[in-house]
Design a protein around this ligand. Structure first.
Ligand SMILES: Nc1nc2c(ncn2[C@@H]2O[C@H](COP(=O)(O)OP(=O)(O)OP(=O)(O)O)[C@@H](O)[C@H]2O)c(=O)[nH]1
Ligand SMILES: [Mg+2]
Length: 270
């Protein structure tokens, strides 16, 4: 009996969802990496289907982290602010190119007094979603991600929230700065509204797809390293050829005995 419920039909990803803005995208390929597509078709994705990828959502107080997660996971929106205490998380199960893939979405607290707790949760994260409010420039300035804990291969997303509150002209001005920050951090930029739902689903589908893609590529790399290891174990490379030690010279002892001082020995030509 399977313990897990089947993946919801609206969590099935068959094609790579596109980036929000080509200028600040992790990559702008229109489809999954060919090696990933091939591995999925041939069911060579190893442990990816059994793993849970950890995604951390961080950002200033009240920028809309909890609302973003709730809009995607529960399709709800609460206009009353209730600060997150410590950390919370939601599980989301997807199927990407026919392979089950789970995300654990960690909702951290933006309040300063909880920030030290949040930083310990970075460990083991495959992606970090840094949220700021598009109507609050200070929250963008606070997003610079210092990756002292960091795993070099973590995927970063910079997400502008509450897009519905920003008049278009004001939004475009802010977007220019946000894209600049995203490029500096090597993050992918998105702008969303949890109130209207604009781009929320597209964003999480992109997060799931890019983390899936990087998990499969890492798995393929691991298994090819393992194969090389097996070959090396099975057929160890020949040890560098050493010249056989020279045969000890055979000189008749009588030759040496004939001389008076060993310093004056004249060795015979062989
Ligand atoms: N108009 C609008 N309001 C939003 C949006 N997202 C969040 N809000 C409001 O912003 C306030 C804060 O939202 P939260 O999601 O609780 O913020 P948070 O980042 O989780 O805050 P902390 O848990 O304290 O770090 C709430 O009153 C939300 O209703 C949005 O997309 N549009
Ligand atoms: Mg919260």
């Amino acid at each position: 009996m399977s313990v897990l419920a089947p993946v919801r039909r609206d969590r099935i990803i068959a094609e790579l969802p596109q980036c929000f803005h080509k200028e600040a995208a992790l990559h702008s390929r229109s489809s999954f990496h060919p090696q990933v597509t091939g591995a999925c078709q041939e069911q060579r994705t190893g442990t990816v289907g059994f793993k849970i990828s950890k995604i951390i959502v961080v950002g200033d107080l009240s920028v809309g982290k909890t609302c973003l997660i709730n809009r995607f996971c529960k399709d709800t929106f609460d206009k009353n602010y209730k600060a997150t205490i410590g950390v919370d998380f939601e599980m989301e199960r997807f199927e990407v190119l026919g392979v089950p893939f789970s995300l654990q979405l960690w909702d951290t607290a933006g309040q300063e007094r909880f920030k030290c707790i949040a930083s310990t949760y970075y460990r083991g994260a495959q992606a970090i979603v840094i949220v700021f409010d598009v109507n609050d420039v200070a929250s963008l300035a606070h997003t610079r991600y210092g990756n002292e804990n960091d795993p070099s291969n973590v995927i970063l997303f910079l997400v502008g929230s509450k897009k519905d509150l920003s008049p278009p002209a004001q939004y475009s001005l802010m977007e220019r700065d946000a894209i600049k920050v995203a490029k500096e951090m090597q993050a992918e930029y998105w702008a969303v509204s949890s109130l209207t739902g604009e781009n929320v689903r597209e964003f999480f589908f992109r997060v799931a797809s890019l983390t899936f893609e990087s998990s499969v590529l890492a798995e393929l790399e691991k298994s090819s390293a393992r194969k090389i290891g097996d070959i090396v174990r099975e057929y160890p490379p020949p040890s560098p050829k050493r010249k056989p030690p020279p045969a000890p010279p055979f000189w008749p002892l009588s030759l040496f005995r004939a001389r008076r001082s060993p310093d004056l020995l004249v060795l015979p030509h062989l």
